[in-house]
Structures are given as C-alpha cells and as structure tokens.
Design a protein around this ligand. Structure first.
Ligand SMILES: [Zn+2]
Length: 313
C-alpha cells in the first residue's frame, strides 16, 4: 500500500516506515502507528464527508416515527452514569445528532448546550425537541471558557480529523473540576477482535479507531486524567448493523457482505421493535437494560465509554 502524507494525530509520528497496515482485508484502509498504537484511516485515502448534509429527509421521517420513550429510557442509562460523577450543572454535548441524549439530560436536570453540524439533525433537535443547540463546526465556534461541568461526545470523536484539537478545546471549556464523557468504537474490544475485518464499525466515516490505551494517551495529552472506563454494546446498533444485514442477505440469498441499506431503512427496522404495546415494550426495555449491564460487566462490547477529569496544572 502506498501511503503519503501520513501523520499520527495522537503522538505526531510522521515517518512512513513507522506505520504498518492493519487488517489488510478490511473494506477500509487502516494503518497502525508503531510509536503509540493508534489505528486510523491514512489522511491520503480518506473520503471527504460533507457532514452538513448528513442524514436526509427520509431518515428524518423515520426518526419522527420512532418511539421517543424508548430513546429517553436508553439515554437515562447514560445520565445515571454521569450522575455518579456530577449530579447537575452545565453540560455541553459535542455532535448532538438528533438530540435525544441532550433532551434526556435537560429533562433530568442539567443545563444543556450543544453543537451539531448537520442541517437536518440540527433542525430536528431545535424545532422538534426545543433544544438550545448551535449549528456549525466545533472547530470554529467561539467558546465559553471555564463554564461547563460536563462535556459529552457520544460516537463523535471517531469521525473527527483533529481529535486532540477537539479534546484540548473541550478542556478549556470545562471548569477546573469538570469532566468529559466520551463514547467511541473500541478497536481492541472483544467484538472487534472476534469480527476482525467484518466488524460493522469499520467504515469510511470512522477515521479514528481508538483502543483503551490510545484514548487514554489522547486524553492525557489534552489535559485530562482518566476516572473510569466502561465497555458498551449498543444493542440498537447491533440490530441495525448486524441483524438487519443478516436478514437481508438471507432474503436475497446473497453471501455478499456488502448489502446496501439506507439510513431510513435501518431506523424503520428498529422502529418495528419499539412500536409495540406498552406492557411488552416495558418488559423488552427491562431485558435490554439487564443485558446491557451484564455485557458491560463482563467487558463484552464494541465501544468504550471513558470518563476523565480536567487536570489543573
Ligand atoms: Zn502514534
């Protein structure tokens, strides 16, 4: 593989001989930095993704048709985790997405701000959910320094070109005892190790593949001290990215790993599980929570949640 202009965003390594190919049969080109172990899509092979157009009207329709109670319940687990470290305060969510986490945080007593670059998602978060969210790129917005108690990035950092720049900026926004909460796909997780190049998290949209040690290094370099690691397995993503493709391949009698599934199709598939009578739904949610905690407890998952505190020098 020819790689030029390759640069490790975590340890600044830039000598080409210090990178090796990682999972050569994966559908995305990956390299590993021999100096720090960081895995990423090399700069010169990245697709330009226009996040301001991320998600279309079709997905918006299926998101609107989904059951908000289910989302609220799911995000409550995240808030419960945060409340172990901070019971209340100013929270800033980077990459709000549709806004269901921010909405839940607001309902559960936090004063919530955030930023979202996608036009469609920002529209939904501000109009449908009535949230106070800025539209734009986090790199460019002016910030309030020493103002926030909590900053969150749920499945965002793996998309961003300059992860250290983001973490350092977040650090400046936090009060001296502020915390950051990050969830990212974990390249050394059990699921990633089992699935190898077939891991559904390997995607052109994900340019950074953190491990436990490289996310720790990235956070320490940005002025944070790790408080907690937690393994996470999003069962919703499992349904949408593993079960649905399996069913589709079976239906089409195809062995091709690449079946094309639109964002709205994935969301509609998930909606089927949640638009059911309330008693069955409540039982399902209870089972979900038990399974989620159990998997996390035995460290079986594909993502990692990291909680870190700002280091005051
Ligand atoms: Zn490195």
């Amino acid at each position: 593989m020819k790689v030029k202009n390759i640069f490790c965003e975590i340890c600044s390594e830039d000598k080409i001989e210090n990178f090796t190919q990682f999972l050569p049969n994966a559908k995305v080109k990956l390299v590993k930095c021999n100096s720090c172990g960081f895995v990423f899509i090399p700069q010169n092979t990245r697709n330009k993704i226009e996040y301001s157009n991320y998600r279309d009207e079709e997905v918006l329709k299926s998101v609107r048709a989904a059951n908000n109670y289910v989302r609220f319940r799911r995000h409550k687990l995240r808030i419960k985790l945060i409340k172990k470290f901070k019971n209340s305060g100013n929270l800033f969510d980077i990459g709000v997405g549709w806004g269901h986490f921010a909405y839940t945080a607001k309902k559960m007593g936090f004063d919530v701000d955030g930023i979202e670059i996608s036009e469609t998602m920002h529209h939904y978060a501000t109009n449908d959910l009535n949230l106070r969210i800025e539209k734009g790129s986090f790199y460019e917005i002016p910030i309030k320094e020493n103002f926030y108690d909590i900053i969150t990035l749920w499945d965002v950092l793996e998309h961003l070109e300059k992860p250290l720049e983001v973490l350092k900026k977040a650090n400046r926004m936090l009060k001296d005892d502020g915390i950051i909460v990050i969830q990212v796909p974990q390249i050394d997780s059990k699921v990633a190790k089992i699935q190898k190049e077939k891991w559904p998290m390997l995607s052109v949209e994900h340019i950074n593949y953190f491990s436990k040690s490289t996310i720790k290094l990235a956070l320490e370099k940005s002025g944070f001290k790790i408080l907690k690691f937690k393994t996470s397995y999003e069962l919703k993503l499992f349904l949408m990215f593993t079960v649905l493709p399996l069913l589709k391949r079976k239906k089409n009698k195809s062995t091709n790993i690449e079946v094309s599934i639109s964002g709205s199709e994935r969301q509609n598939f998930f909606n089927k599980f949640t638009n059911i009578p309330k008693p069955i739904l409540l039982l399902g949610l209870f089972v979900h929570d038990v399974v989620y905690y159990l998997l996390s407890w035995i460290n079986f998952g594909e993502e990692i949640i990291v909680i870190a505190r700002k280091q005051v020098i």
